[in-house]
Design a protein around this ligand. Structure first.
Ligand SMILES: [Zn+2]
Length: 465
């Protein structure tokens, strides 16, 4: 071979390798991503001929299943509106959402080995079937949470603080996933309210006074003596010539009383005392400015870096107003972390994935997501939050014979009346459930959100009253 022919051979070989590499990349690396793209017509076709797996709650109650009808396969959602955003829907006309979208590969049996097994089943003339999902959700609690929202705009989240298991993730207004065509037409005709939006994880709000436990953690983390301190509230605090107000002068209060009456002046003072850097570091340990891991996309809680905070902004953020926003799920995680000695567990909704023969393909292992504050500080905050429910602004969350802890919030916002908030957990001595409730523009958290949290906590820990 002469030299130029040799060169040509090398160039051709190189080009071949590049092409082979690219095709391999498309097939292997990008393959799944491209396949699960909602616009892929092959996915839509599979959707109409494949038996999606069953989705069940923690007790095995059915949340989604496929039934065979004369016209073909139909997906059925027994909880209907109550779990529409979290379970989602799967339709060859409207695509998919929620867990139905996030777990399409498993539910349709086109991920990993299931792909080959289903191919074999198909060749043998059997109906291919996807894997089943067992969720941590409690169908009855989910249904109760949704009904408590009673058509108002808002969300309720309940978690097991010991594991991070999500027990309820309700959002209102909602839609009926059993009648998608009708509902989509209704939503298009009358926009507003965003029923498709999962407010529990995609609704972003100022937390208001429900952020005060985090402010307390920053102050106590720097100096536990704060727990025994006295504070004077004349009804306002002047910071750089601007006044931050309490609804009325609280006079001299101790740490627990400041939490009980939700004294803005005291918490603003605490934050100014520890400084922006300490405050922001503590808030970030509680998950602010972090991606919250979950099987569904969660919008992160946000606050500015300490370098961008002046004293006025810091004082406002310390009481959950101004440049701080987050989701109901995140506020439930904050309550859960205080309940769990400062350890914030990684939240999850899918407990296990099982093949249709019952074999467990994957099972979750609960693990710590963030170490927020020490056990000692968490305990001091728990006691103060217990006082909120026993004698303070959160008395509407009280349950007979159960020690309940909580914090109310009435978050000012540009959209109108304050958002009514409540976060809490029970029983205080060994918490098994943590909750966050928000009613958009509902007014006072203690009056509007706390009674709903009470119902959810009672049901979650099995108290009959
Ligand atoms: Zn005050």
């Amino acid at each position: 071979m002469n030299r130029s022919l040799q060169k040509l051979a090398v160039v051709t070989l190189l080009m071949f390798l590049i092409l082979a590499g690219y095709l391999g990349y498309i097939q292997v690396i990008k393959g799944e991503e491209l396949f699960f793209h909602p616009q892929n017509p092959r996915l839509a076709r599979l959707e109409s001929e494949r038996m999606r797996g069953v989705i069940t709650d923690r007790q095995g109650k059915i949340l989604a299943r496929t039934v065979k009808e004369k016209e073909g396969l139909r997906r059925e959602y027994p909880l209907g509106e109550a779990a529409a955003q979290v379970i989602g829907y799967a339709s060859n006309r409207f695509g998919s959402s929620g867990l139905e979208a996030a777990y399409a590969g498993e539910l349709l049996g086109i991920k990993g080995w299931a792909r080959f097994k289903n191919l074999a089943a198909q060749l043998a003339g059997r109906q291919p079937r996807g894997a089943d999902l067992s969720l941590t959700l409690d169908a009855d609690l989910q249904d109760l949470a949704y009904r408590l929202l009673a058509g108002r705009r808002g969300a309720i989240v309940a978690l097991d603080p010991r594991t991070g298991a999500v027990l309820a993730l309700a959002s209102s207004p909602s839609f009926n996933p059993n009648n998608l065509a009708g509902e989509m037409a209704r939503i298009a005709a009358r926009p507003g309210g965003s029923p498709l939006l999962n407010r529990a994880i995609q609704g972003v709000y100022p937390p208001g006074s429900t952020l005060k436990p985090v402010t307390a953690a920053a102050a106590l983390g720097a100096n536990t003596a704060v727990a025994g301190g006295k504070f004077v509230c004349p009804g306002f605090l002047e910071v750089n010539g601007r006044r931050l107000h309490c609804p009325h002068p609280h006079g001299t209060v101790d740490f627990s009383q400041a939490m009980m009456y939700s004294c803005n002046v005291t918490f603003a003072k605490m934050a100014l005392e520890v400084g922006g850097e300490n405050f922001v570091r503590t808030a970030e340990s509680f998950g602010f400015n972090q991606e919250i891991p979950l099987e569904l996309p969660v919008l992160p809680g946000r606050l500015p870096p300490s370098s961008k905070l002046n004293a006025n902004e810091l004082a406002e953020i310390a009481i959950g107003q101004g440049e701080v926003t987050t989701t109901p799920l995140h506020m439930a995680l904050i309550a859960a972390a205080i309940a769990n000695d400062g350890l914030m567990m990684r939240p999850f909704i899918v407990e296990s994935v099982k093949a249709f023969n019952g074999r467990v393909i994957w099972q979750v292992k609960p693990r710590v997501w963030r170490v927020t504050t020490g056990a000692e500080v968490a305990k001091i905050i728990r006691r103060a939050m217990e006082a909120v429910v026993a004698r303070g602004t959160g008395q509407a969350a009280e349950l007979p014979g159960v020690r309940v802890a909580g914090k109310t919030g009435s978050a000012q916002n540009p959209q109108g009346k304050a958002h009514a908030w409540f976060i809490g957990f029970a029983p205080v001595e060994a918490p098994r459930a943590a909750v966050a409730v928000i009613i958009e523009n509902g007014g006072a958290g203690g009056e509007v959100a706390a009674p709903l949290a009470r119902e959810v906590l009672a049901k979650a820990i099995g108290v009959v009253d």
